[in-house]
Design a protein around this ligand. Structure first.
Ligand code: 9PG
Length: 505
């Protein structure tokens, strides 16, 4: 079948009976098919598999946009099962931009691990099972919004409570204190957070005995229920970081129940990623005992009075491995269902390192880019667009804002501080505007690090976020926020040299 786009035709190479008309668009029911396109080497949309996997518009004539020459980082921040240095790959969806700006989009509505391979002649779509694909042509903003509407309809998604109405704006401990948090450090933020207009305090990595052993360490001697109680007493909500799909070597769960963890084809424990200086292992949710452990663990933690969980490194449950009677993204979703049942409908679930295609309807929000950092670019990590930096975080996040009707999109924290940061005031403002444009307000600046002026900026930003300003996307990376023009393009895709003072190298 041929689809006309402008004066050109795209040929779908698939059995005629697989193609159906669907509310003015075309859907294809096939696990594998190819589309021939006439546009040659052109610009296309690369969508990463998990939260951290780099997402952007890119050009087919260039080398694939991916992590290069670093298998541990590929394992953690790409889809190692489909990653390929020879071809451009995109997870779940791609779009091609034609010579006159018209766009051809193809995206999965259903199916396990939908993957698209893109070259100057064709787009090859594959999925592991039961796939249904949506095809739309037209203006860029329209095709993405039509795709999202079709996804919501096909998957019967109910919208879950949004960040602004529940826990936002969030103060997070990660991007200032990292793992060095203590009860005192978190406690010191409680009354300033209230005063500055935050809705919650999110305690990030550093509270637990060890990743996989989810009891508080000796820096939190009174326990997390006590700390959460004091956060609640101040009228704030409590958020807690946890990575319940993985465990590090030496943790009781891995030592006692190695059978619950993912194995390779030889029956050996499978490393599912690398962080904290070592490999970690992932639970196999095709096994009932892994669900039992997860349900018990999350029920206990939720009992400490936690209003929001940042569920991190969860892609690990969807890694390719030996499973019994279950696809990899299906196993991931089964794990999320167990968490949702354990914590109840009112707890806000934010995924990080989340598989975007498999998170809709279960998580309230997802991180949509790599980690940010108090510096503009990560020049240390050559060939790795997933390294922490404002540039990498904003580029991916702002390339995914079209997902917002389905799920909250967390672009990572805004910065206001000048202490402990290499960011210029202009880039600080850019990060604050990104959080407003994404309607996900979060910051990690300790109140005591801020000048009076900076505290005023936080207060105004938090108030603005709570009010939910009028956000209109006017171009790929341009917005108006309450009528004020905000141009991220100047920074993300500069046409000339940007002053080193702004970017501080
Ligand atoms: C806590 C942190 C913070 C942060 C999360 C996550 O690709 N990687 O190897 C990779 C490692 C760590 C990481 C992100 C990516 O950070 O995104 O906000 O919670 O864990 O350890």
């Amino acid at each position: 079948m041929d689809i006309e786009v402008g004066a050109k035709s795209f040929r779908l190479r698939v059995a005629d009976e697989a193609v159906q008309a669907w509310a003015g668009h075309v859907v294809v029911a096939a696990n594998s098919f190819v589309i021939n396109h006439p546009w040659g080497a052109t610009e296309f949309f690369r969508h990463g598999w998990n939260s951290w996997s780099s997402t952007r518009w890119w050009h087919m004539a260039k080398k694939p946009w991916r992590v290069w020459d670093n298998p541990d980082r590929t394992l953690t921040a790409e889809d190692a099962a489909t990653d390929n240095p020879q071809v451009h790959t995109s997870a779940m969806v791609t779009a091609l931009c034609g010579p006159d700006g018209e766009v051809f989009l193809v995206g999965a509505l259903r199916g396990e691990s939908p993957t698209l391979r893109i070259d100057e002649c064709s787009v090859s779509c594959t999925a592991d099972s039961d796939a249904l694909w949506f095809i739309a042509t037209g203006l860029e903003v329209e095709v993405f919004s039509d795709y999202v509407a079709a996804l919501a309809q096909e998957r019967g998604l109910q919208s879950l409570p949004r960040v602004g109405a529940t826990i936002g704006p969030i103060w997070s401990s990660w991007y200032s204190w990292f793992e060095e948090i203590t009860d005192e450090i978190i406690s010191a933020e409680i009354s300033p957070a209230r005063e500055l207009g935050y809705g919650s305090i999110q305690i990030d990595d550093g509270w637990e005995s060890r990743v996989g052993n989810w009891s508080p360490n000796d820096k939190f001697p009174a326990g997390m229920a006590d700390l959460s109680g004091r956060i609640h007493d101040a009228g704030l909500k409590t958020g807690l970081w946890v990575a319940p799909f993985i465990a590090l070597p030496g943790t009781p769960v891995l030592e006692r129940y190695p059978q619950m963890f993912l194995k390779d084809a030889h029956g050996e424990l499978l490393p599912v990623g690398h962080n904290w200086g070592e490999h970690y292992y992932g639970l196999d949710f095709s096994r009932p005992d892994a669900h039992e452990w997860l349900a018990e663990t999350m029920t206990e933690i939720a009992g400490w009075g936690i209003d929001m969980f940042k569920l991190d490194f969860i892609y690990a449950a969807a890694l390719e491995a030996e499973r019994v009677g279950m696809g990899r993204e299906e196993a991931y979703r089964a794990g999320l269902v167990t968490i949702r049942e354990a914590v109840g409908p009112d707890v806000y679930l934010l995924g990080s390192g989340a598989v975007i295609n498999a998170s809709f309807g279960l998580l309230n929000g997802v991180r949509v880019g790599p980690d940010t950092a108090p510096y503009w670019d990560n020049t240390e990590r050559k060939g790795d667009p997933t390294g922490p930096s404002v540039l990498n975080a904003l580029r991916s996040s702002l390339s995914r804002t079209w997902l917002r009707p389905l799920i909250d999109c967390d672009p990572d924290v805004a910065y206001f501080r000048t202490r402990g940061s290499l960011l210029s005031p202009e880039v600080n403002e850019l990060t604050a505007d990104a959080s407003l444009a994404c309607e996900f307000a979060q910051c990690s600046d300790p109140a005591a690090w801020l000048s009076d002026d900076e505290r005023g900026q936080v207060r105004r930003w938090a108030e603005n976020a709570r009010r939910a300003p009028d956000v209109v996307q006017t171009g790929r990376y341009t917005y108006t926020i309450d009528g004020r023009e905000v141009d991220f393009d100047t920074y993300l895709n500069p046409t000339g040299r940007v002053s080193d003072r702004l970017l501080v190298k």
